[in-house]
Design a protein around this ligand. Structure first.
Ligand code: NAI
Ligand code: MG
Length: 357
């Protein structure tokens, strides 16, 4: 069955790193006979320059029709003076909301070859491989009512509303349980149900869902403890599922355990498993156009795309193994450079992954 992939290179280093991921995708397409078809479009600053808006209708239409999207990054100093409504970031938010990408998957993997990049002791963090599943379209970031109001005594009061409906909890729960099934079979649901009624419901529904996934071991943890455990003993986790705000914080915390932003992929999925895949880092305007950016986060995002949206687990694993092989060889872009390693450019890193494949 033919499937379509939309490439959205975006801004800054985006085009450089997406070009390498594209070459890798073409290679696995042939090698594993995947019948993938590729198209590309503008988003972010590139789209503003071409059309005046960060998410042109033509880009959105292509995105809606595609099975998966691979995005580089958007934004940069050139567009910083624009009003918020037409800033590059709006392109991303527009894609997330239009495609209802409610499930954000962020792995934090520490490659043994890069152990020295972590701020944690090697014995605490070596071999780390966890996945945070964050609810992305609900919770306190979107709850109504919200705002700043004036009280009768003249004092101002800011307020937001933390809401989750049962169906929102169930659908993110299912994504997390399924991810746990494909990985180590352990799921930790993070909440604050000693204080917040919303998360009491969250815990109840996760517990209920667990009956459908007898092969997954479910545990629960309060968010403050989870924040501690992530730096104390992160390897106790396999998959973590949590709401939007807790997930925002914990996923950044977990990502930094690995110490290398150029290595971290992410996925945002909807109910149809259509997804947008992108590196966790931004457009890195400070190094754009120099051919030195690390393409591995984007290449690993392409692997996630094959796994979660395109049903090509074998190809995903082949890419991940190739990345690991390249690191074994001691090849490093500037951001992950260490003393005894060989420095390579963006293109050379792509070449090495292709060769390993
Ligand atoms: P950034 O992630 O772009 O850069 C932070 C630092 O990490 C820089 O020193 C950069 O050179 C380095 N870096 C990032 N990715 C790298 C890679 N692949 N290889 C080597 N080094 C890498 O974050 P920053 O500087 O806060 O934001 C720059 C622009 O990116 C801004 O316009 C921001 O709005 C945008 N941004 C976009 C995101 C997205 O498209 N999802 C996410 C975060 C920021
Ligand atoms: Mg964040």
């Amino acid at each position: 069955m033919s499937q379509s992939v939309l490439l959205l290179p975006g801004d800054g280093i985006g085009p450089e790193i997406v070009a390498e991921a594209e070459r890798v995708l073409h290679r696995v397409n042939e090698k594993f006979d995947l019948d993938l078809h590729f198209d590309s479009a503008d988003v972010g600053g590139a789209a503003i320059d071409a059309t005046g808006v960060p998410l042109p209708d033509s880009t959105l239409e292509k995105a809606q029709k595609s099975d998966a999207i691979l995005l580089g990054a958007v934004g940069g100093p050139k567009w910083e003076g624009l009003e918020i409504a037409i800033r590059p970031e709006k392109g991303l938010l527009g894609l997330r909301s239009n495609l209802e990408l409610f499930a954000n998957l962020r792995p934090a993997i520490l490659y043994p070859q890069l152990a020295s990049a972590s701020s944690l002791k090697p014995e605490v963090v070596s071999g780390l491989d966890i996945l945070i599943v964050r609810e992305l379209t609900g919770g306190i970031y979107f709850g109504q009512p919200r705002g700043v109001r004036e009280l009768e005594n003249g004092e101002r009061q800011g307020y937001n509303t933390y809401v989750y409906s049962e169906s929102e909890i169930r659908r993110i729960g299912r994504v997390a349980f399924e991810a746990a099934q494909q990985r180590g079979g352990k799921l930790c649901s993070v909440d604050k149900c000693n204080v917040l009624e919303v998360t009491e419901l969250w815990r109840e529904i996760m517990t209920d869902l667990a009956r459908d996934y007898p092969d997954v071991e479910l545990s629960h943890m309060y968010v403050d403890n989870a924040a501690m455990q992530l730096v104390r003993a992160p390897k106790q986790f396999d998959v973590i599922v949590t709401g939007n705000m807790f997930g925002d914080i914990l996923s950044d915390e977990a990502a930094m355990l690995t110490g290398s932003i150029g290595m971290l992929p992410s996925a945002s999925l909807n109910a149809e498993k259509q997804g947008m895949y992108e590196p966790c880092h931004g457009s890195a305007p400070d190094i754009a156009g120099q051919g030195i950016a690390n393409p591995l986060a984007t290449i690993l995002s392409a692997a996630m795309m094959l796994r979660y949206s395109l049903g090509a687990e074998q190809a995903a694993q082949a890419i991940e193994a190739a990345v690991s092989a390249v690191l074994d060889k001691g090849l490093r872009t500037a951001d992950i450079m260490s003393e005894d390693a060989s420095r390579v450019s963006t293109r050379e890193m792509g070449d090495a992954v292709l060769e390993a494949l």
